[in-house]
Design a binder for this molecule. Structure first.
Ligand SMILES: NC(=O)C1=CN([C@@H]2O[C@H](COP(=O)(O)OP(=O)(O)OC[C@H]3O[C@@H](n4cnc5c(N)ncnc54)[C@H](OP(=O)(O)O)[C@@H]3O)[C@@H](O)[C@H]2O)C=CC1
Ligand SMILES: N[C@@H](CC=O)C(=O)O
Length: 778
């Protein structure tokens, strides 16, 4: 079975609450998997302070820092395992040993620093045991051996076979040993490095770095609100970012994965449901664009290009260096903190040409860097920034000036150069009545949508078959392609396909009438998918589920449009939102909300069979796939609930009173079963119509929501109305929405027009898609 490695950083283990969250994640892992841990919270910094006090013979400082360490760890262990636990006693022994060595001037730096990771591994393994999970902690000094600064990969691979297959293996990050067993550390960000090394040694299928950021973003999300989290990036671009100093991934971390199929994933332990970013083999991810700030950089010109010297210097500085070839010269960009070391390494072979400059690097798809450089130059000059240097090279461009870029300038660059024109992947679910027309209209709409952002159809779904192609499906031949090539597929396969889609934006367009499909919406949201629905099930689902979905979408900045779920193409949801956004308060909504029932009401007369008309409405594409959804009033009830929730009312479906336009006996079985008993329907409708006629009235199926009554009035049902009433004189198939509000109190706002039908509904879905593209391109 393939193993996986998970690494938790210091912030993920900073408190008992965070340990608990980590343990919850670990509960999902498989025995045999490995968990690499860093020192909890700021423990390594505290140990470094302790070392510094010791080194400076500051005995008082040593005592104070040891007390600090003790407070933090004792609190953690007590809260998780109690102060009578074995781990607590072990920790006290360690602290005593540290104090004793410090007192006898026998402290060693690496041995001291190793304790942070040792404490984390021991505590997590025991805490997992307490939760009923079999777990053992491992001291990585027994797994990773270094000789003359080089890891002994072959020996280490053999040593790592000691990990247990029937338990979780909690391994210390950051530390290794030399050939005689002395502690050595793996340097800055050593725990990430330990995790990828271990991944390589145990031939893991993936290494997941759990951290406090959601993944790798197009730029720093703390500075640029619209920073985009990428789902996949290539190893090559990750390396490039690391060389340019991006703080999320470090070049060293990536080295063990080079040329391997091991997937690296960056995820947030604060949001364990979110997918994070995968760093995959180069051919498995499209090139992305990134903007990364460069703060305080020195630029050296080397007298000759010597790759070995650059490599050696990178190792000495423990920092990857990015050389630039400019008109036959080699420039070296280094953080200013290393300036002196670089100067003394190269002596007369390097000339400092810029000192302490700042700016940005743009990482992009190869071939676009020089054009991006020119655009960025123009933008920065408009912002009155004086450039001290601007260069581009295969896959990246660098611009340096005197000051660090402010958030607003970064946002501008980001908007103009990074996220502009990110592709939208479209998955269409449902190619029936409405879906088929939607697809044929999409062919014509594409040019318009492409002016906003590139749109690609990547999936077509029916109830049990699908056509999926992440590269894109040719629209002109999509229907025929589906007929010939669609394959059987399960919801799990669809979700996996969506999860793996490597696009800036994704949308599922739900033109099914399937409740089970609507239940997948939270999964779509988890995989960063926007949703457009003609389907009414999610909008009328149980309140708790609905609100959780809404919350998830809001947290993830995802959009959900469902204008056609009420009034087909009529802009009813837009109107309600608009009124509310302008400060109005809607008090009542009433009218005829069903195209089918409107058409049936207008066309029915006592000389006709109602069931024949229902069949006709079905053929016209007005009805729900099962027309009883219309005749039972359930469809109208759903529409009224969607509108009520749009007004902020927390109603459930059954809070809306309903009377049906069909007898209960038809509810059982399929529509075909019901049709076999059609005379029951015809008699039922005829009797009601006769009653109304006797009073000089006619029957219409109406909906009413009145928020001014107590309790709120919410009902749908048949109403006998005068033949001259507005609801009775509608063109067959039309809907009418009568909206009263504070501003439209006496003279209602009326929206009227076709409320069902293939073309208008498909066009309404296009209106939502256009709106989405517009929003995403802003
Ligand atoms: N008709 C209208 O005027 C209006 C319709 N709507 C809404 O539009 C939606 C579609 O209506 P309509 O086109 O008439 O319905 P159809 O029955 O004609 O088409 C439904 C489509 O959805 C597919 N489907 C069903 N279940 C699933 C599933 N689990 N996963 C993927 N695909 C699935 C069906 O595939 P298969 O054939 O394989 O089962 C079929 O292609 C409904 O929700 C309806 O309420 C909204 C406004 C107006
Ligand atoms: N059955 C519905 C179709 C649209 O929602 C109607 O007739 O209104």
């Amino acid at each position: 079975m393939t193993k996986q490695v998970y690494k938790f950083g210091g912030s993920s283990l900073s408190s008992a609450k965070r340990y608990h969250a980590v343990a919850n994640i670990c509960q999902q892992l498989a025995y045999g998997d490995a968990i690499v841990v860093s020192a909890a919270g700021k423990t390594t910094d505290t140990l470094v302070r302790l070392w510094s006090c010791y080194h400076n013979q500051d005995h008082k400082g040593v005592g104070e820092v040891i007390a600090l360490l003790k407070d933090h760890q004792c609190a953690l262990v007590s809260e998780l395992l109690g102060d009578k636990s074995e781990v607590y006693a072990h920790f006290i022994d360690d602290i005593n040993a540290i104090s004793q060595r410090a007192g006898c001037a026998e402290l060693e730096q690496a041995w001291l620093l190793a304790h942070g990771e040792l404490w984390s591994a021991r505590l997590l393994a025991h805490y997992l045991n307490k939760q009923g999970v079999a777990a053992t902690h491992f001291d990585s000094r027994k797994l990773f051996v270094v000789a003359q600064n080089n890891l002994k990969h072959q020996e280490n691979t053999a040593r790592c076979q000691a990990l247990k297959s029937d338990q979780l293996n909690v391994v210390t990050g950051f530390i290794a040993s030399d050939e005689v067993g002395n502690t050595v550390t793996l340097g800055r960000n050593g725990s990430d490095y330990s995790a990828t090394l271990l991944g390589k040694y145990i031939n893991a299928s993936s290494v997941t770095i759990w951290t406090d950021t959601q993944g790798v973003y197009s730029t720093d999300p703390r500075k640029v609100e619209k920073a985009v989290k990428y789902n996949k990036i290539s190893q090559q671009q990750a390396q490039q970012l690391a060389r340019l100093g991006n703080p999320v991934l470090h070049a060293k971390t990536l080295t063990p994965l080079k040329d391997s199929d091991i997937k690296l994933v960056v995820r947030s332990s604060y949001d364990s449901h979110s997918d994070g970013t995968q760093v995959v083999a180069n051919e498995q991810a499209k090139a992305k664009r990134f903007l990364t700030t460069l703060a305080s950089v020195d630029v050296f010109q080397l007298t000759h290009n010597n790759k070995d010297s650059i490599r050696e210097l990178s190792i000495i500085l423990q920092h990857p260096l990015q050389p630039l070839e400019v008109e036959g010269n080699t420039l070296l960009l280094v953080p200013s903190q290393f300036g002196e070391q670089v100067a003394s390494y190269y002596l007369q072979d390097a000339v400092l040409i810029e000192s302490n400059v700042s700016g940005v690097a743009i990482v992009s798809e190869a071939g676009s860097e020089s054009q991006l450089l020119e655009s960025a130059k123009a933008l920065l000059e408009k912002q009155s920034m004086t450039l001290r240097g601007a260069w581009s090279q295969n896959g990246f461009a660098i611009l340096l000036g005197d000051q660090l870029l402010e958030s607003d300038t970064l946002s501008l660059l980001h908007e103009e150069l990074i996220t502009a024109k990110q592709e939208l992947a479209v998955i269409v679910a449902g190619i029936g009545n409405v879906g088929e027309v939607f697809l044929s209209q999409l062919n014509d709409q594409l040019a318009r949508l492409n002016t906003l952002l590139p749109v690609k159809l990547v999936g077509l779904l029916r109830s049990s078959t699908s056509l999926l192609n992440g590269q894109g499906i040719e629209l002109a031949t999509a229907s025929a392609n589906f007929k010939n090539n669609a394959k059987a597929s399960s919801p799990e396969q669809i979700i996996e396909f969506i999860k793996e889609l490597d696009y800036g934006h994704k949308v599922v367009i739900d033109i099914t009438a399937s409740e089970s499909f609507s239940k997948l919406y939270p999964e779509f949201a988890l995989h960063d998918c926007h949703i457009i629905s003609a389907n009414k099930y999610a909008g009328t689902a149980e309140l708790n589920w609905y609100e959780n979905l809404r919350r998830l979408q809001t947290e993830k900045n995802l959009l959900w449009r469902y204008n056609t779920s009420v009034g087909a193409g009529l802009p009813i949801n837009f109107a309600l939102k608009d009124l509310q956004n302008s400060g109005d308060k809607i008090t009542k909504i009433s009218g005829v909300f069903s195209g089918t029932l409107s058409w049936l009401g207008a066309n029915y007369s006592l000389d006709k069979k109602f069931s024949d008309l229902v069949e006709q409405a079905r053929e016209l594409g007005f009805t729900e796939p099962d027309p009883r959804e219309d005749l039972s009033g359930r469809d109208v009830q759903r529409k009224l609930l969607i509108l009520a929730r749009e007004l902020g009312l927390s109603l459930e479906l059954d809070d809306i009173e309903l009377s049906a336009w069909m007898p209960n006996e038809l509810a059982e079985g399929s529509w075909q079963d019901a049709l076999a008993k059609r005379e029951l329907l015809d008699t039922f409708v005829e009797e009601l119509a006769l009653d109304a006629q006797r009073e000089g009235n006619t029957l219409r199926y109406v909906a009413e929501l009145d928020t001014t009554t107590s309790p709120i009035t919410a009902k749908v049902g048949l109403k006998a109305v005068a033949p001259s009433a507005a609801v009775a004189t509608l063109t067959p198939g039309d809907n009418i929405f009568v909206i009263n509000s504070v501003w439209y109190a006496d003279n209602a706002l009326i929206i009227q027009g076709p409320g069902a039908g293939r073309e208008v509904t498909a066009a309404g879905v296009h209106s939502d898609l256009y709106w989405l593209c517009h929003k995403l391109s802003e």
